[in-house]
Design a protein around this ligand. Structure first.
Ligand SMILES: O=C(O)CCC(=O)C(=O)O
Ligand SMILES: [Fe+2]
Length: 385
């Protein structure tokens, strides 16, 4: 029975896109039933079964009446991110990095020091980790990571637009270092090596961006340490259920700086000038993006740009994100003076990273979404950029 439902689910997952809407609803109902039976050999989280009420209440394309989502036209709009080759050395790249962080908030780096062979190994390990049966992912911790490190879907979603069709392992960097007693498992080692290499890269880039902001106030970058950063392994299962569904809902990153490695499937989009633009996968490059803390600390010199992942109907997608975060008690005090920008009054009230996180949690609990930096913005502060 388990095998039959598994095959049925797989067939439906592959073919729903080709079915008419009416047949599709029948198909999703059957597929939901299969998922609810918790087949032990099915690695997909039961997204369809769990969020069927949201899918059913929104049977049309997500974009039919929601301006925050996409259109066919937008799907074909591509965005070319600046590519910075780090082999030219820090001094040569400094200006390009500062310009990219100020103008686009997202850029790519090549010759970044994270060996491609290591990223390939992590990809292989990541596929194997997510291939474990769903019930095992939920019940048994991965290696010696905490059981809470596995997450899927969006428990608080009240509408389809708030649902992320994905699963992830959220790994604080402290836990990425295997204890001395650990078995030396290959997955463990590769996770540690990638998080260490990405952390070094993030520190280097954040250091360059920080150095360009004059002032001798507390250095936030030095407060981003192994005990405060984390790595997230993402998997986006195919979603034939609703065209235009999100693999990851629109958001800005709440950290200081993010390093992202994606596979070749595509799906990442940025919001630019009120439009969503697709980021073309670039093998060999890592994506870098400014987080909210860096935007506030730089008094809007660097930009934390809204982004999202579109779920694919046909292909699963994997990505790895490293989040450079300071300690929770780090004060984010906008710099009143920035290089090139002259004196500019602070645009944000000062806040600690801990206060920022708590405010986000509270906003999500009360409104269903993150309000982010606008919560700390000084009305009329700073004047035009
Ligand atoms: O998977 C991606 O491409 C983006 C991931 C992301 O935005 C995040 O984890 O914050
Ligand atoms: Fe993100």
């Amino acid at each position: 029975m388990a095998v039959t439902t598994y095959i049925l689910t797989q067939l439906l997952a592959r073919h729903t896109i080709k079915l008419t809407p009416y047949i599709y609803m029948q198909a999703s109902a059957i597929s939901s039933t299969a998922a609810m039976m918790n087949d032990d050999d099915d690695s997909n989280p039961p997204l369809m079964a769990t969020y069927k009420h949201l899918l059913d209440s929104h049977p049309r394309r997500l974009d039919a009446d929601d301006r925050t989502t996409t259109t066919d036209d937008d799907h074909s709009r591509r965005c070319v991110l600046p590519v910075i080759d780090l082999q030219h050395g820090e001094d040569q790249c400094r200006e390009a990095i500062v310009r990219a962080a100020s103008e686009s908030g997202f850029f790519q780096v090549t010759n970044h020091g994270v060996p491609q062979a290591l990223l390939d190994e992590l990809h292989e390990a990541q596929v194997a980790v997510f291939r474990r049966p769903f019930q095992r992912k939920v019940r048994e911790p991965l290696l010696d990571f905490s059981p809470e490190s596995y997450r899927w879907g969006t428990p608080a979603a009240m509408r389809l637009e708030q649902l992320s069709w994905s699963e992830a392992y959220h790994l604080p960097m402290t836990t990425c270092t295997p204890p001395a007693t650990s078995s030396g498992d290959k997955t463990r080692l590769v996770i540690e090596e990638v998080s260490t290499a990405m952390s070094e890269l993030a520190q280097q880039l954040a250091g360059i961006l920080a150095a360009d902001l004059r002032g001798d106030e507390e250095d936030v970058v030095s407060r981003c340490t192994r005990s405060t950063c984390f790595l997230r392994l993402n998997r986006y299962p195919p979603c034939g259920a609703a065209s235009g569904a999100f693999g990851l809902c629109p958001h800005t990153d709440s950290d200081f700086l993010t390093i992202l490695h994606q596979d070749g499937v595509g799906g990442l989009q940025l919001r630019k000038g009120g439009r969503w633009l697709a980021v073309e996968p670039n093998p060999g490059a890592l994506i870098v993006n400014v987080g909210d803390l860096l935007q506030a600390w730089s008094n809007d010199r660097y930009r934390s740009v809204e982004h999202r992942v579109m779920a694919s109907a046909a292909s699963e997608r994997f990505s790895v994100a490293f989040f450079l975060c300071p300690a929770y008690d780090t004060l984010i005090r906008p710099r009143s003076s920035t290089a090139g920008g002259g004196d500019r009054p602070p645009r944000y009230k000062s806040f600690t990273f801990g206060e920022y996180r708590n405010q986000i949690r509270e906003d999500v609990r009360l409104t269903g979404r993150k309000l982010g930096l606008r919560r700390f913005r000084i009305q009329g502060g700073g004047g035009p950029l």
